[in-house]
Ligand binder design. Structure first.
Ligand SMILES: [Zn+2]
Length: 653
């Protein structure tokens, strides 16, 4: 059951601001119940939250013995006399803390006043200052905490953002105030998930659900982290980004409601749910990049499905006596001819007239018999029966039939080599197929291979759902302009498929294995990148003015650079390991190769060719999107990227 109220349990306290500037709750006339020290009153907006010049407490020291604390106490009195208060905090068997504050007229620079007195390590501690909330109807001041509850069920504005729930404001160190938003954990996630994974860029519910569970797990794992300051979690990338009610989206709200309470656990404990944007094909062991965060569930895994799909070819085309071998690559024309024979149900030795008749029949035209013995006559007739003669006229008033046909084919990107030896060979049938496509009798589209109950399916590019493919079908593999027919093959879900169809019937299915086929994040904008860095700039950045060379001292099994040395001509040497390599070089990822080249303009540069964005540990967000697109559910996505985890409904303790 989704929460019905923004303040339903479990609650989370998110720190929105820690500032010495006033914070405005700008809505005019909005009623607020303002409570402090067990008393409440109503104020009307706009409200201003500010700190009042604090007589902050300063911690002078934490001493192991009473005697040492007494000495500090005495010295304070000796220097500052009656102008200060002293507080002693001692723990049984622990440290004796000595704190002080000025009772009046605090010096302009309290820390230097204390340093001059010999207390070099003194620092301001929380408390001491006051927080003040002022609005229409009065003001409330407190040394502890003020609770602000907006009237009405709609979100409240703080600065330029809107937030659900209520607010707690309290004084912090150095005259700062803390503004804390307190609300139901699920409602909090509504302001987090769209910021971590944009529902417009990643419109796949299962991927958003996986991201939601990761974000919820993070929040639950960090509840209470800042109890001493009155909040659980911050709202910046240091924790997880929280934008409040303004970015809520129907699809992410649904992802949150459908996974309500679910978190990822390993041996019963919430996991460290690390994630990054694009892993570039394989995620990484946390131990390689962040030695302090190594976990059994943060291991490198391929960014693709674990299992492959089996596609089975149907009776191979044997038209015109070509390609008995399934393994031989053929030209586009031979492929087109093979498919045309199948589509048009032609004999192996069909004449140009027979091809024309078959095309005419399919397009609903009658074809008068006539001489089509040469290429020109055949092309002209073919354009005519497929209803393309008009288009050809526009292209070329001279009506050079073959050129028109080739030009049209080129325009529509239908593979069609120029004929070489008159009408002999596969060209007439291939030209017929091109005309059928351009005339609309045969359509072509692309999609991704997906598992379907009991078989294999395709998820067409612009479609909303996947479709099943027949158990057997004419199966081809494509590499650049070459094709070969296959009897049976295995593909990873997500591999690109191109299909030729006559109505609902698949007349040819082509598999494209190029470009990281089946890798779930291959469509990410960060899949590949190039960065060029002038050598002098790099020398500056790395702090070696006479930089001579870079040396990659270690790569992980999956190719990430986790050991880098920079060496100067004078022998100076610096080294970086783990994630610091990325920061040292200021690159999107550590998955790269580097070449040092001199550009045509004479500038020596280091050219980095890389893949991915982020660190590559844990869930790959673009990969999660790709896996969801090809049909993987959120629980399997999470278990894919976080080895050995389980999902549990979290119960507040
Ligand atoms: Zn990935």
């Amino acid at each position: 059951m989704a929460p019905t109220d923004d303040l339903e349990e479990p609650l989370i306290r998110v720190m929105l601001e820690k500032t010495s500037k006033p914070v405005t709750l700008p809505e005019p006339g909005r009623a607020w119940r303002v409570s402090a020290d067990q008393q409440s009153q109503w104020l009307w907006g706009p409200l201003t939250i500010s700190s009042t010049s604090g007589q902050s407490w300063y911690q002078i020291g934490a001493f192991g013995s009473d005697e040492a604390a007494d000495q500090a106490d005495a010295k304070l009195h000796q220097v500052f006399g009656e102008s200060i208060d002293i507080e002693r905090l001692s723990e049984v068997g622990g440290l004796n803390r000595v704190r002080m504050r000025w009772v009046s007229a605090q010096p302009l620079s309290p820390k230097s006043a204390l340093a001059q007195a010999g207390f070099l390590d003194a620092f301001a501690v929380s408390g001491g200052g006051k927080v003040r909330v002022e609005g229409q109807g009065g003001a409330v001041v407190s040394e502890e905490e003020i609770l602000l509850e907006p009237a009405g069920v709609y979100s409240a504005a703080v600065g330029h953002s809107r937030y659900r729930g209520r607010f707690r404001v309290r004084p912090s160190v150095a005259d700062k105030v803390l503004v804390i938003n307190e609300l139901n954990l699920e409602r909090y996630l509504r302001g987090v998930v769209p910021g971590e994974m944009g529902p417009s860029a990643f419109p796949e519910l299962e991927a958003l659900k996986a991201q939601t569970v990761a974000a919820r797990t993070y929040a639950v794992a960090h509840l209470g982290d800042h109890d001493d300051e009155g909040y659980d979690i911050c709202d910046t990338p240091a924790c997880q980004v929280y934008h409040g009610a303004g970015i809520e989206h129907r699809l992410t709200n649904r992802a949150i409601d459908e996974t309500i309470g679910l978190i990822a656990v390993y041996e019963g404990e919430p996991i460290d749910a690390m994630y990054s944007s694009t892993c570039g094909g394989h995620t990484e062991d946390a131990s390689e990049l962040f030695s302090g965060r190594a976990q059994p569930y943060l291991q490198g895994v391929p960014c693709s499905w674990e299992r492959e799909l089996i596609l089975v070819g149907e009776d191979l085309v044997r038209a015109e006596g070509r390609a008995q071998e399934g393994s031989s690559w053929r030209s586009a024309t031979a492929f087109g001819a093979g498919v045309a024979h199948k589509v048009l149900a032609l004999d192996a030795d069909a004449s140009p007239e027979a091809i024309l008749r078959a095309v005419g029949q399919m397009m609903g035209h009658r074809v008068a018999s006539g001489d089509v013995a040469d290429i020109e006559a055949f092309s002209k007739k073919l354009l005519e029966v497929s209803g393309l003669s008009r288009a050809a006229e526009v292209l070329s008033p001279e009506s050079m039939a073959v050129e028109d046909l080739l030009f049209l084919a080129d325009l529509y990107k239908k593979p069609l080599d120029p004929p070489i030896d008159g009408l002999a060979g596969p060209w007439p049938a291939a030209a017929a197929l091109a005309c059928l496509e351009m005339g609309g009798a045969i359509s072509r589209d692309r999609g991704e291979a997906v598992p379907r109950p009991g078989g294999v399916g395709i998820f067409p590019r612009r479609a909303k759902a996947s479709e099943s493919l027949p158990a057997t079908l004419p199966l081809w593999e494509r590499w650049r302009e070459g094709y070969r027919e296959l009897a049976e093959t295995a593909v990873r879900p997500g591999t690109e498929l191109e299909r030729l169809r006559r109505g609902d019937r698949v007349v040819a299915l082509m598999i494209r294995r190029s470009g990281g086929a089946g890798e779930a994040d291959r469509r990410s904008a960060w899949r590949e990148w190039i960065r060029e860095k002038p050598w002098t700039e790099l020398a500056d950045r790395l702090g070696i003015p006479d930089l001579e060379r870079l040396e990659i001292t270690r790569r992980t099994d999956f190719g990430r650079v986790v050991g880098l040395a920079a060496i100067g001509r004078s022998g100076q040497r610096k080294e970086w390991t783990g994630f610091s390599v990325r920061r040292a070089l200021d690159l999107p990822e550590t998955l790269f190769i580097v070449n040092v080249v001199t550009r045509p303009d004479g500038v020596k540069v280091a050219r980095f060719l890389g893949r991915g964005w982020g660190h590559g540990v844990g869930m790959c967000q673009n990969g999660a999107y790709g896996l969801a697109r090809s049909g993987m559910t959120f629980d399997r996505i999470l278990k894919h990227y976080y080895s050995g985890i389980e999902l549990r409904v979290w119960q507040a303790r």
